[in-house]
Design a protein around this ligand. Sequence first.
Ligand SMILES: *[C@@H]1O[C@H](CO)[C@@H](O)[C@H](O)[C@H]1NC(C)=O
Ligand SMILES: *[C@@H]1O[C@H](CO)[C@@H](O)[C@H](O)[C@H]1NC(C)=O
Ligand SMILES: *[C@@H]1O[C@H](CO)[C@@H](O)[C@H](O)[C@H]1NC(C)=O
Ligand SMILES: *[C@@H]1O[C@H](CO)[C@@H](O)[C@H](O)[C@H]1NC(C)=O
Ligand SMILES: *[C@@H]1O[C@H](CO)[C@@H](O)[C@H](O)[C@H]1NC(C)=O
Ligand SMILES: *[C@@H]1O[C@H](CO)[C@@H](O)[C@H](O)[C@H]1NC(C)=O
Ligand SMILES: *[C@@H]1O[C@H](CO)[C@@H](O)[C@H](O)[C@H]1NC(C)=O
Ligand SMILES: *[C@@H]1O[C@H](CO)[C@@H](O)[C@H](O)[C@H]1NC(C)=O
Length: 372
Amino acid sequence: MKISTSHMLPAFTALALASPIALPHPQEVHHLFTRQDIQTPINASLPNVTIFATGGTIASQGSSNTQTVGYQVGLGVQQLVDAVPEILNISNIAGYQISNVGSGSINETILVRLASMINAELEKEDIAGVVITHGTDSLEETAFFMESVVNSSKPVVCVGAMRPATALSADGPLNLLQAVTLASTPNARGRGTMVTLNDRIGSAFYTTKNNANSLDTFYSTEAGQLGFFINQVPYFYYAPATPIGVTHFPLTNSTDLAQVDILYAHQDMDPTLFNASYAAGAQGIVFAGMGAGGLSSVARLAAEELFNATGLPMVASHRSPDGFVPSGSEGFAIASGFLNPQKARILLQLALTAGYGYEEIKEAFALGYPAP
Ligand SMILES: *[C@@H]1O[C@H](CO)[C@@H](O)[C@H](O)[C@H]1NC(C)=O
Ligand SMILES: *[C@@H]1O[C@H](CO)[C@@H](O)[C@H](O)[C@H]1NC(C)=O
Ligand SMILES: *[C@@H]1O[C@H](CO)[C@@H](O)[C@H](O)[C@H]1NC(C)=O
Ligand SMILES: *[C@@H]1O[C@H](CO)[C@@H](O)[C@H](O)[C@H]1NC(C)=O
Ligand SMILES: *[C@@H]1O[C@H](CO)[C@@H](O)[C@H](O)[C@H]1NC(C)=O
Ligand SMILES: *[C@@H]1O[C@H](CO)[C@@H](O)[C@H](O)[C@H]1NC(C)=O
Ligand SMILES: *[C@@H]1O[C@H](CO)[C@@H](O)[C@H](O)[C@H]1NC(C)=O
Ligand SMILES: *[C@@H]1O[C@H](CO)[C@@H](O)[C@H](O)[C@H]1NC(C)=O
């Protein structure tokens, strides 16, 4: 499943110096991977950063400056950059409009193509780093996906906003300025994919959205932060390091990733869900277990029967926001370690897509919590 990304990509370099293209009407921004949408004038002494815009609250407008729920996605990458002219004093920006959707609608087609484009972009010598603007709801999934498939030490920075662009105290513009700053900072290299919102810099491997509504929602309680912005300058707590246990997968040409479902454990969980998921085509199941990966005895029996009958890989994760599932807690199931269900799902998808068998999958998860 090894690929050469250069074969997959249209010749963006030919477009790279085209003058800015007129903005599509916000409602029409649905094109995928078509062309470079913006290129600001080049100042050769500034670093070059490419923004990949996917939609989300950061690109949304409400009907009033007090509306902070129920707003519409619609701003294009040009409008995002236009809102923060300060960005052009620190970098030259190229921008691609990848999609313009809420992050709940980001799917495997978008993820795989986005990753291919980022890999190709970061191979260019004069690119310092890239920024992905994204809705916050599934931002951690895209960030974890990029962590797993982007093969570069240059920074990949995922950013979003909790308030639409029209809101009083919109957080998007400053978040975007910080994201571009981070992507162009030499000291941000070698830290894997990062997530930045609300002044915090976190690792894609651990950072999660902790609150559905509040501004201060992205952080990692136990693993902590990588750094913090003071007066728009990123300060890091540690020297560059990537998270323990990241498996780097080569991208495939196929945007068809393995189907993996997540089942949520709870009191009186319906045991037939495991078979239903398998019957619907799941090639793997992650369950958001109770405590450290637990299931009710009835659900556990059903899951184990399915495993015995089919060998379907199942990963035990935790429904608690934070925590660890140790190896062996559910015999047949592979332990997710620190990974929450949505990140465990992506790792399982990538492993299955790469053709890993049960033992290799187990090893890939175990890399996240090496024996002392
Ligand atoms: C990917 O697609 C390109 C162009 O179609 C092809 O040359 C290459 O062999 C493909 N790679 C794989 C791994 O299928
Ligand atoms: C280019 O960037 C440098 C470094 O920030 C700055 O000193 C210079 O004024 C810029 N040149 C132009 C033409 O804006
Ligand atoms: C930014 O890109 C331009 C055009 O390719 C290049 O001349 C310049 O050296 C780049 N800036 C840096 C800091 O690499
Ligand atoms: C960009 O930098 C110049 C020179 O320092 C300054 O005059 C200008 O106000 C800056 N523009 C913005 C939008 O910060
Ligand atoms: C993913 O979303 C894009 C844009 O909405 C769409 O074109 C594509 O077909 C979707 N892919 C899948 C697998 O649903
Ligand atoms: C990453 O790139 C290096 C060369 O820079 C290459 O040797 C390695 O095989 C690549 N890894 C993957 C997973 O593509
Ligand atoms: C699954 O198979 C294992 C190993 O053969 C066996 O010990 C276990 O009882 C089986 N579980 C169920 C629910 O059939
Ligand atoms: C689930 O499917 C397996 C294999 O087809 C079967 O052995 C098992 O009885 C089924 N379990 C339930 C709860 O229907």
